[in-house]
Ligand binder design. Structure first.
Ligand SMILES: Nc1nc2c(ncn2[C@@H]2O[C@H](COP(=O)(O)OP(=O)(O)OP(=O)(O)O)[C@@H](O)[C@H]2O)c(=O)[nH]1
Length: 322
């Protein structure tokens, strides 16, 4: 289940994914034997100097760099220093030095700069392959843990931590291309009474049912769903105006109602329902917090106006009312 979720969201947890390796080596014979040994299991980019290596690192994403130290136009140590000091630019990259400098002091310097491994020349390609495979395994495990930290354990949809990240990224993207985003907050109605009547495990099942509805209804790659906390869920609809958002969320409301989950403690229906606030805006200088506050206000209004409904508004209209 979780693996299919990761795949749906483009996360690289699959064992079939071939990691991208940048090989920086000026000796043509070494480059060739490394390429021959690794090309079946990895996506390789080969360069023979520092300038091309820096260019490739800026333009493409790599998971591993195999790095010679003595390059015609500079030192591999400088490349390592630059990459490790600027994760935001280059991403998380595992660096393996493969070099003729085999004195302990050289190795210590490489490791201190943040290198993940250090292989001395002459290269034994089988040892090199085993060590690169080990790096790949470590990266896979780290990715799996990072992905798990972003998933809600009960519903197996993204959690609040993932949501905060999605919202910032969606906001910046929408701002760049002048597109609207709609943020929705959903909250199950009279959920305290539901737990009191049917018990906490049944409450958990009800939360899972709503999460499934969200998974089935919100499928566009640029949209995001999350369990925001407790019985509250959030949806980010990217490049989506208020009318479209209202349509999508009312369909979701109907789909959840169609599950007919009995709710004797609700005074608005015989079955479980939710209330939803949705706010649409073209991101400018307002900031994501203002959008969250406005959406929360709409959710509160949906509750106070009778629950089991979607209450939507453009952000600028809410600002005017305040
Ligand atoms: N079963 C279960 N219940 C939870 C979970 N997280 C939060 N809750 C419950 O959700 C309920 C939320 O209750 P309230 O905030 O009073 O809201 P409500 O009863 O839904 O009332 P309205 O929102 O006004 O319709 C609380 O009783 C929490 O215990 C969970 O993971 N599982």
């Amino acid at each position: 289940m979780l693996f299919s979720f990761f795949q749906e969201h483009g996360m690289q947890t699959s064992n079939n994914y071939k990691y991208r390796i940048l090989v920086v080596e000026d000796d043509i014979a070494n480059r060739q034997i490394v390429a021959e040994k690794l090309q079946e299991d990895y996506q390789l980019t080969l360069v023979d100097n520092k300038a091309d290596a820096m260019d490739a690192l800026l333009k493409q994403q790599f998971e591993i760099v195999l790095l010679d130290i003595g390059l015609p136009d500079g030192s591999g140590l400088d490349i390592c220093r630059e990459v490790k000091a600027n994760h935001d630019v280059y991403g998380e990259i595992n660096i393996v030095f493969m070099t003729g400098r085999d004195k302990p002091a050289d190795e210590i310097e490489g490791i201190r700069l943040g290198a993940n491994d250090y292989i001395s020349k002459p290269i034994n390609v089988s040892v090199l392959k085993a060590r690169v495979d080990l790096q790949a395994q470590l990266i896979r495990k780290t990715e799996l843990l990072a992905n798990l930290a972003r998933i809600d354990g009960l519903t197996e949809i993204p959690n609040r931590r993932a949501f905060d990240d999605y919202l910032e990224k969606s906001w910046s993207h929408a701002r760049r291309i002048s597109a609207p985003i709609s943020l929705a907050m959903l909250d199950i109605d009279f959920f305290k009474q539901y737990n009191d009547i049917y018990g906490h495990p049944a409450g958990d099942e009800c939360l899972k049912a709503l999460a499934n509805c969200l998974r089935n209804n919100i499928k566009r790659g640029a949209d995001h769903i999350a369990r925001y906390g407790g019985e509250e869920f959030a949806v980010i609809l990217f490049d989506c105006d208020l009318q479209q958002a209202n349509t999508i969320l009312n369909e979701l409301l109907a789909d959840f109602a169609n599950l007919c989950i009995p709710h004797a403690g609700s005074s608005v229906a015989d079955f479980a329902t939710f209330s939803c606030g949705v706010c649409t805006l073209f991101p400018e200088d307002q900031g994501t917090q203002a959008l969250l506050t406005a959406t929360d206000k709409l959710l509160y209004e949906a509750k106070s106006e009778g629950r089991n409904r979607v209450k939507g508004e453009y952000f600028h209209n809410i600002e005017r009312q305040d």
